[in-house]
Design a binder for this molecule. Structure first.
Ligand code: 6GU
Length: 239
């Protein structure tokens, strides 16, 4: 997979080259380009923003600069992702979808956003998604790009050591993951649940599912409500 990011703060994306993602880059599973939006400015001040039509606070990023940048970076194969708190929610389902793409381009806005015509124009040539990573406001899209790229990259074949890690984690069955334990058996007078040491894998699977369901009901009841009709069996309903 190829990932390109256009931003006025290229150094903000340095973490893309660290840890898990750095390893995936070194092993050729993913290649990353980070581009300074100001490379596409033409004036001496390298201006990327201007005051909003209709008035109001803040500044809006200029369409000409973004247009030139996206013309240079996008191809027919591109899926363009524009991080914005006004976007559609980013979910594990969307991460799985993006993991199937050949080329992702991220356009990081700052200030009050990017002139809407940049998205409208790009939509005439490439698939575009305006995406939000949660119901809070960040200063710009850069941190959201780190979140989205990490969520996508760990789903690519060969990035995680054990593919079961991605197959069995939170959301893969619509539930949050339950608790995990390792040695020692007792720590600060707290014992590991006995069932996990029983060696009975049918019981262990059942227990883990109960824990996942309880936790999800407690913390994210809307996720339980959203499960398909047949997702809960008689045992589940007794919980
Ligand atoms: Cl994707 N961008 C910004 N600037 N703020 C956000 C966001 C994105 N998602 C939630 N808040």
């Amino acid at each position: 997979m190829r990932v390109d990011v256009v931003t006025i703060f290229p150094e903000y994306l340095d973490p893309l080259r660290a840890a898990l993602l750095g390893k995936a880059i070194d092993r050729g599973l993913i290649s990353v380009g980070v581009h300074d939006l100001r490379d596409w400015t033409h004036d001496v001040h390298k201006a990327v923003d201007d005051s909003p039509y209709g008035g109001g606070p803040g500044m809006v990023m200029k369409p000409q600069v973004w247009g030139a940048a996206l013309d240079a970076v996008c191809t027919e194969a591109t899926r363009l992702v524009v991080p914005t708190p006004a976007g559609r929610p980013f979910t594990q389902a969307m991460a799985r979808e993006l993991a199937g793409e050949e080329h992702l381009v991220f356009a990081c806005g700052r200030y009050e956003g990017i002139d809407q015509r940049v998205v409208d124009d790009a939509s005439r040539r490439v698939r575009v998604d305006e995406v939000s990573i949660g119901d809070y406001v960040l200063v710009g899209g850069e941190v959201a790009v780190l979140v989205v790229v990490e969520a996508v990259a760990r789903l690519l074949p060969g990035v995680l050591g054990n593919p079961r890690s991605a197959a069995e984690d939170s959301f893969s069955d619509g539930l949050l993951e339950g608790p995990s334990y390792t040695r020692p058996e007792v720590w600060r007078e707290l014992a590991v649940p006995e069932v996990l040491r029983s060696g009975n894998h049918r019981l262990i699977d059942r227990w883990r599912r109960d824990q996942a369901l309880r936790r999800t009901w407690d913390r994210r009841p809307e996720l339980v409500e959203a499960l398909p009709e047949d997702a809960l069996d008689k045992h589940d309903r007794e919980l």
